[in-house]
Design a protein around this ligand. Structure first.
Ligand code: MN
Length: 731
């Protein structure tokens, strides 16, 4: 009848002998010397302190230790529980703890102290932010979290002794931070207990009404539970399945949530009872389910198989709801003993299994977490695991002054620099991570301390777009590149116009003074001279167009600006172009040429532009238009009069070739891993050339076909993410 649930009630009369006895009961070989030493140390330092309840202070750390024993935590954790308040409350130095108890216990105590100092934000601010701070502070040793949970549990159990105001504050904080943590760590026993306690202090009217209602029908319900348990046991034994069956009323908080979510009252909640069946192995779980479903009518849509697909915190069970023997809906969970222990104690079960040398448990991410040798990895993987729950999608790194910055997973020092300030990003030349120089493309990990190195002469380059992972950095780099390009276009446009006007014996300055010149702005749909030359430089207007407009308003210069002279060269080129135009329809061309529908368009072999690249067209002699990226070397070599405005055709769906050079450390199978990464994305590889370089390096030149620039970037980022890869560049 006992629901097989851990009881965390406050124990006012705990003794160190009792604590020792419980530790020995779980682990007869345990050496309890440290335990006694920790108790005596804590007792000595807390001797003059009292709890709000009036009890001696030491009863608090002892209850915390008792909870840790119930969660089957290891001895250093239990000692940590006894000592968790001595640094914070008794002015004991960290060094003294370290010298007296060693690093393992000391780190747990210091971790707990660190968390106590965190200032959590108010309820209005995001819960994820609080959670993050918590995680960053203690990610180095997960036992710190569990000790802190045990600490919070006892504080909540004795919350009635503090002021009303403090009750609400503590309970809300518990609900916002500690409950999700317990849930994520799979410690359901702690999670449910904390939830009920939070309900009691946050919504006492609901809590006590529920308590009253549940107490009212207690004997009736107990009898119902007893009969149902017997009924289920009977059915199972008919099929010779040996199982333990338990039943109980659900937790207050889960009833409250049901009422709240469905907007109904207590009386309307049907499935108030939960039953649990514990069997020997997984096969029996499913056998059990079959028996239950054939003995009672299942409620459709309520079956969940968390054995085949465990929850992210490794919780496993079969869940179903059926119409019970008395025509009431009952929830049934079916699981093995091992699954049950993991469900109750979650991450803590790890120590239990380690100490008892039982079967390998399935808490894979926890095992990875436990690799203490690699603390940085531990913290980042922990956070990866945690983020699934709260949809935190990032890593947390520190500035040299200790501020925390959240960045996207895979972020680089460059992303960090832009997160600090745009100017820092624009002038970034490198970074030190945890004191060591790293390249700009280095992947940051949670817990890293990053110091950005800047130089006054640094300028963002287009290659940076391949390095950064955050949209902030990407936007800022693009803005800067655009600004630079604007300046360049302005200069080019000015030079083009000045040169053209010179042939007619005038210049910009002279023309600008004429009132009529302003009218040309309207006709060309520009605001001012700056915009005019900008469009000229970028190829949106041709010199001819501008001269025509100026000519139409400036009668005094009409004589000089004779039609033939105006733009003979452009005219002839344009004519040639039209005659060479192929019969092609619009969607066959990747690029739309300003004013010309059926024109032959070729991509410059030198730069292989792909959709998304800023581009410019060149009118060739008799071969249509060639498209180059605006940053291509050829752009500077070709006369301005031959530039023509082109833009990408959104209707064009064919793929574009692009060459990518990858430099890697020479490792077996590297080529196939790179090609897998490219293919994996659905991208074609047209050719691949491999070459060995000195220093055990390899160079690969791939010609791939992509739809657009974003696909290209995806491929590049996949390759860049490979450990062996040194650099990836467009060739
Ligand atoms: Mn405490």
């Amino acid at each position: 009848m006992d629901y097989h649930r851990l009881d965390f009630s406050h124990e006012g009369d705990l003794t160190i002998e009792e604590i020792k006895r419980r530790v020995k009961a779980g682990n007869p070989d345990a050496n309890t010397d440290n335990l006694v030493k920790a108790f005596e140390f804590a007792h000595h330092h807390h001797i003059n302190q009292k709890r709000s309840s009036g009890e001696p202070y030491i009863i608090h750390p002892m209850n915390v230790a008792a909870t840790l024993i119930k969660l089957k935590m290891d001895l250093p954790s239990i000692c940590g529980g006894l000592l968790h308040d001595v640094v914070e409350d008794c002015d004991v130095s960290e060094e003294e703890i370290r010298e007296t108890f060693g690093d393992d216990i000391a780190n747990i105590v210091i971790g707990c102290t660190k968390i106590s100092k965190i200032k959590f934000k108010t309820k209005e601010e995001s819960q994820a932010e609080n959670f993050r701070k918590m995680v960053v502070a203690m990610a180095k040793d997960i036992r710190v979290i569990i000790v802190k949970l045990a600490d919070r549990m006892h504080n909540m159990l004795t919350l009635q002794y503090v002021s009303k105001e403090k009750q609400v504050k503590k309970a809300q904080e518990t609900l916002d931070i500690y409950v999700p943590l317990a849930s994520r760590l799979g410690i359901n026993s702690v999670k449910s207990e904390l939830e009920d306690l939070c309900l009691r202090f946050l919504h006492p009217e609901v809590y006590y009404r529920l308590a009253e209602k549940i107490a009212m029908k207690k004997s009736e319900r107990d009898q119902y539970i007893r009969e149902t348990v017997e009924n289920i046991e009977e059915k199972l034994s008919e099929y010779s399945v040996h199982a333990e069956v338990y039943g109980r009323s659900k937790h207050f908080y889960s009833i409250y949530k049901k009422m709240h979510n469905r907007g109904v009252d207590y009386e309307q909640i049907q499935d108030l009872l939960a039953f649990r069946i514990i069997v020997g192995n997984i096969t029996e779980c499913y056998k059990c389910l079959g028996i239950i479903h054939s003995s009672y009518t299942p409620v459709p849509g309520r079956f969940k198989d968390y054995i085949a697909i465990p929850k992210v915190n490794d919780y496993q069970s079969l869940h179903t709801t059926v119409i019970g023997p008395k025509a009431e809906r009952i929830e049934i969970q079916i699981r093995t003993q091992e699954m049950h222990e993991i469900a109750e104690t979650g991450v803590a079960a790890h120590w239990m299994y380690k100490e008892n040398k039982k079967s390998k448990n399935k808490l894979k991410w926890v095992e990875e977490l436990m690799e203490y040798n690699n603390e940085i990895q531990t913290s980042s993987e922990f956070m990866d695991a945690v983020k699934n729950d709260l949809e935190i999608s990032g890593i947390f790194v520190f500035t040299p002054t200790g501020d925390v910055k959240e960045l996207k997973y895979g972020a680089t020092p460059l992303d960090f620099a832009y997160a600090v300030h745009t100017d820092v990003g624009n002038k970034c030349v490198g970074a030190k991570v945890n004191g060591k120089m790293v390249p700009l493309k280095h992947r940051l990990k949670s817990g890293d301390t990053v110091e950005v190195l800047t130089s006054k002469t640094q300028e963002p380059s287009k290659d940076w777009l391949k390095i950064v992972k955050t949209s902030r950095a990407r936007t800022k780099i693009k803005q800067h590149l655009l600004k630079v390009e604007r300046e360049k276009n302005k200069t080019i446009g000015e030079q083009m116009l000045e040169k053209a006007l010179k042939t007619y014996g005038t210049n910009i300055k002279t023309l600008e003074k004429k009132k009529e010149f302003k009218k040309a702005y309207d006709q060309l749909n520009v605001k001012n001279l700056e915009e005019l030359v900008l469009h000229l430089g970028s190829g949106r207007f041709s010199v001819r167009q501008i001269l025509e407009h100026i000519a139409s308003i400036d009668t005094t210069s009409e004589d000089e600006l004779t039609k033939e002279n105006k733009n003979k060269e452009f005219d002839s080129l344009y004519k040639q172009l039209s005659s060479s135009a192929k019969k092609t329809s619009n969607k066959d061309n990747a690029v739309i040429v300003d004013g010309l529908d059926d024109i032959m368009v070729r991509m410059g072999k030198c730069c292989n532009p792909i959709p998304g690249d800023p581009i410019i067209g060149f009118i060739t002699r008799g071969r249509g238009v060639t498209v180059h990226t605006k940053v291509c070397q050829r752009v500077n070599e070709i006369e301005d009069t031959r530039k023509i405005f082109v833009e990408w055709n959104d209707d064009y769906s064919f793929r574009h070739p692009v060459s990518v050079r990858v430099i890697t450390h020479d490792r077996p199978g590297i080529l196939s891993r790179i090609t897998n990464n490219i293919h994996g994305h659905g991208t074609n590889i047209k050719s691949a050339i491999a070459k060995s370089l000195p220093d055990m390096k390899g160079s690969f030149l791939f010609e791939i076909e992509v739809k657009d620039y974003s696909e290209y970037l995806k491929v590049v980022s996949l390759i860049e993410a490979m450990e062996e890869v040194i650099s990836v560049n467009r060739a």
